[in-house]
Write a protein that binds this ligand. Structure first.
Ligand code: HEC
Length: 151
């Protein structure tokens, strides 16, 4: 049942989203606003899982699964918006991101992969596994920020 759900619902949504993600931005400011907004929303839902992982909030499997699904779906969205010429070095993104698009893409794909695994652990209501996967997602945020985000 779960596999069927993933295949019939999430795969088409994923395909729609990857189609959308290739949409062009009319102005480079739009791309910057878009990518920052997606980051903020990812951080919000990831933070909601953080409070459970840290033990500040009781574990509600359904809620955590919803947040984890959102992180996984959102993590597929913003990458083209980072690769817009002229948008690096002025915002929170360093110039290196546009100079090393392949490295940037590797970090982006790492987050997508880890977020998928977190969402899987959450769907299985496995709190121990959720904690481990949460750590890996956080590590993938940090890896990219350390390299490509300006302070
Ligand atoms: C592949 C690289 C990459 C990954 C992975 C990544 N980020 Fe980011 N993030 C960036 C860059 C680059 C910026 C700066 C964007 C800008 O200012 O143009 C940023 C900015 C942000 C911001 C600030 C947004 C704002 O309003 O300025 C937040 C919050 C954030 N990221 C959270 C996260 C979280 C949480 C994760 C992991 C779940 C994550 N990011 C994963 C590259 C990444």
């Amino acid at each position: 049942m779960k596999k069927a759900l993933v295949f019939f619902i999430l795969v088409p949504i994923g395909m729609m989203i990857s189609g959308l993600a290739y949409a062009q931005f009319a102005r480079s400011e739009d791309a910057v606003a878009y990518r920052k907004s997606v980051m903020v929303v990812i951080a919000h839902h990831f933070g909601r899982i953080a409070s459970v992982v840290k033990g500040d909030k009781a574990y509600e499997p359904k809620e955590v699964a919803q947040h984890a699904d959102l992180v996984a779906v959102l993590s597929k969205l913003p990458w083209d918006a980072f690769m817009v010429p002229g948008t690096a070095g002025k915002t929170g993104m360093s110039k290196e991101a546009l100079e090393q698009p392949d490295v940037f893409k590797t970090f982006a794909e790492l987050l997508e992969k880890e977020a998928g695994l977190l969402s899987q652990a959450a769907a299985e209501s496995n709190l121990q596994d959720i904690k481990v996967r949460f750590g890996s997602v956080g590590g993938s945020c940090k890896a990219c920020h350390d390299k490509f985000r300006r302070r």
